[in-house]
Each structure stands twice: as C-alpha cells, then as structure tokens.
Design a protein around this ligand. Structure first.
Ligand code: G3P
Length: 218
C-alpha cells in the first residue's frame, strides 16, 4: 500500500520524505490556494522534491482547456500526474492525454459507476473522496469496497487512491480493503504513529534504566 501526502505545504512534504513514508503527493486548487504561491510553480517545486507521483490538477473545465493545462502540467516534470474532474470532458481528456503518454488521476469520485467510467477511460488513478461522503451521512469506505471489488473483476490498470481521508481508521480500512494508495493530510500521517501505550512503554523503559545510574556504554 502506498502513502501519498495530500498537501501543497513544502515543509510537510520534506518532513514526510525524511520519515521515509511518502511515496507521492496529491494537490488540488484548494490546497495550493492555502500556500498563497504561484499555481504551476508550486506543482513544479513539489515534483522536483518528491521522487514519486505528484498530482497537479487542471483548473479548466472544458476539454480544450483541460488538454492545454494537462500538457503544461505534465511538461513540468516526468512524475507529474494530471488530475482531472470526473466529468464528460474530463474523461475525454484522460483518454486523449494517455495517447500522448500523459497519466491522469480522476478526482471528485463519489460513486462506483463513476469509478467504472474512469477506469474505462484509462485513468491511472481514481480518487474517491471518503471523508466528504461521510460528511453527508454515507459511509465513504463502502464505496472503496465496491470499487476494489469491481476493478478486481477486470483487467483495469487504474489504481484506487483513497482521498479525503480524515483519520487513521480510514487508512486502516483502506488497507483492509486492498486499496492501492491512501492520500493523507499531514496530520493523519502523524496520527498514525500515535498510541498511548507506546509513549508509556518508552517512558517506563528509559526510567528503569536510569534508576541503575549507568550509561549506554556501562
Ligand atoms: O485532494 C483531494 C481530497 O483528498 C480532498 O480532501 O479533506 O478536502 O475532503 P478534503
């Protein structure tokens, strides 16, 4: 299972890379807007920093605009994956960009039917938004289960990228269901480390050794 960071914050990405736990990065217009920097330059900076796939999203919603922006995003670096919304022009762009060797991540997926369309269009990744489904009273992880089982029935190359992750349980369930990737806000990556018994246990080990009055070398 791969972990991507869902962020445009360079410091968060650097820390995740230092930890050796980040396989890629996903961005979106909201995340880049929070940084207050140039759109294309931010995607380029991230793609230079991260060895793995970096998703940069088109801002256009029409086919020609998505093709133009998709090509410009892909030209920034070899590891850029073009993120397009799950709309008819978006999926048309997925197929056309693929003909030119450009891989796409189809975003804003909220149903298994949409995920099936994205796979048929030739998406490299499908991004179902689990947290936003939870927010409207559905179970986002049910959608992951549906998509994984449908994709398993066929020979699709599309990877299931669990997005809109809000807490560690989403990540664990994504693993249980066999999702290929979870894209995590940095806070959730930090939360994955946490267990009170780890902290208590570590304090106790160190206190016990300190009581001996001896050092590491003794
Ligand atoms: O990057 C897409 C997705 O992960 C957004 O998550 O928290 O805005 O629903 P969220």
């Amino acid at each position: 299972m791969e972990f991507f960071l869902d962020t445009a914050d360079i410091q968060e990405i650097e820390t995740g890379l230092e930890w050796g736990l980040v396989d890629g990065v996903t961005t979106n217009p909201s995340l880049i807007a929070k940084q207050g920097k140039s759109y294309l330059k931010t995607v380029q900076e991230i793609a230079r920093l991260v060895p793995g796939p970096v998703s940069g999203e088109v801002l256009a919603t029409d086919f020609a605009g998505m093709m133009d922006q998709g090509k410009r995003l892909a030209a920034l670096a070899e590891n850029v994956i073009v993120k397009v919304p799950l709309t008819p022009p978006g999926l048309r762009a997925v197929g056309k960009l693929l003909e030119q060797g450009i891989r796409c991540n189809v975003t804003l997926c909220f149903s298994a039917a949409q995920a099936l369309l994205a796979a048929k269009a030739g998406a490299a990744y499908i991004s179902p938004f689990v947290g936003r489904l939870d927010d409207v009273g559905e179970d986002g992880m049910d959608l992951i289960e549906e998509i994984v089982s449908i994709y398993q029935n066929y020979d699709f190359d599309t990877k299931v990228l669990v997005a809109s992750v809000r807490h560690p349980i989403h990540v664990v369930q994504a693993g249980q269901l066999g999702a290929d990737v979870a894209t995590l806000p940095f806070k959730v990556l930090e939360q994955l480390f946490k267990h009170p018994l780890t902290d208590i246990g570590l304090d106790r080990f160190l206190a016990d050794w300190q009581k001996t009055g001896k050092s590491f070398e003794d």
